[in-house]
Design a protein around this ligand. Structure first.
Ligand code: 13P
Length: 251
């Protein structure tokens, strides 16, 4: 059975003290979440070490929001996977649409980052998703399939054990406009088929695929009831422990 995950992407929000408070509040409420649902928080880089301390003794996992595409050296402003591991990260998010859109993240870079992350023992949450124009042009299946293939077809079935996919339609991120459960489910099923075509049915069946985009306590239940939706990657609602946990108890 594949793992169910609810991950909070804090993006560029909270100061370090606020982030530590939020992590403590999530850790304190983690016991409300059904067994078998993994909680992950992804604070900004500056927060990671202190948030790791705040999460000690709790089951909540720690994720970065990005990593460098180089191992180490003269890359001013970058943060390596070794650095992330050294502060206790379990995961890194990669390929978020905000990074693709605003920071020129390419599929080629994502392949390099994923390779480095997996080699260092970090799990990867790889984000894919179409924008509004692509959806309105009816290209969403092709866009998401191509993004998935462009990165993941460079990896092996063994690597897939440490990779989670997150489907985040760009038009649903931070807009309050959630994909319907049907819209999300049909794309999740499509991603699983893309994985099955390369890695076989078992690997596809074992891969956790998260939904992200205006997910909140009021709509999580319907989304998580879909057969191919294994949890959520949560933005805005992850900034309040009560809402974040309110989503995770929706399984
Ligand atoms: P919102 O939940 O704020 O729409 O953000 C989703 C997201 O981008 C998570 O990575």
């Amino acid at each position: 059975m594949r793992k169910k995950i609810v991950a909070g992407n804090w993006k560029m929000n909270t100061t370090v003290p606020e982030g530590v408070e939020l992590a403590k509040a999530v850790a304190a409420k983690a016991k409300e979440v059904p067994a078998g649902v993994e909680l992950v928080v992804a604070p900004p880089f500056t927060h990671l070490a202190l948030v790791a301390d705040a999460l000690k003794g709790s089951p909540v996992k720690l994720s970065a929001q990005n990593c460098a595409d180089k191992e180490k050296g003269a890359y001013t402003g970058e943060v390596s996977v070794a650095m992330l591991c050294s502060v206790g990260c379990d995961y890194t998010i990669l390929g978020h649409s905000e990074r693709r859109q605003y920071y020129g993240e390419t599929d080629a870079k994502l392949v390099e980052k994923t390779k480095l992350a997996l080699a260092a023992g970090l799990k990867v949450i790889l984000c894919v998703g179409e924008n509004l124009d692509e959806r309105e042009a009816g290209k969403h299946f092709d866009v998401v399939s191509n993004q998935t293939k462009a990165v993941l077809y460079n990896f092996t079935a063994e690597d897939m054990k440490n990779i989670v996919v997150a489907y985040e339609p760009v038009w649903a991120i931070g807009t309050g406009k959630t994909a319907t459960a049907e819209q999300a489910e049909e794309i999740h099923a499509c991603i699983r088929k893309v994985l099955a075509d390369k890695f076989g049915a078992q690997v596809a069946d074992d891969t956790t695929i998260l939904y992200g985009g205006s997910c909140k306590p009021s709509n999580a239940k319907e989304l998580f009831a879909q057969p191919d939706i294994d949890g959520g990657l949560i933005g805005g609602a992850a900034l309040k422990a009560e809402d974040f946990i309110g989503i995770a108890v929706s399984f």
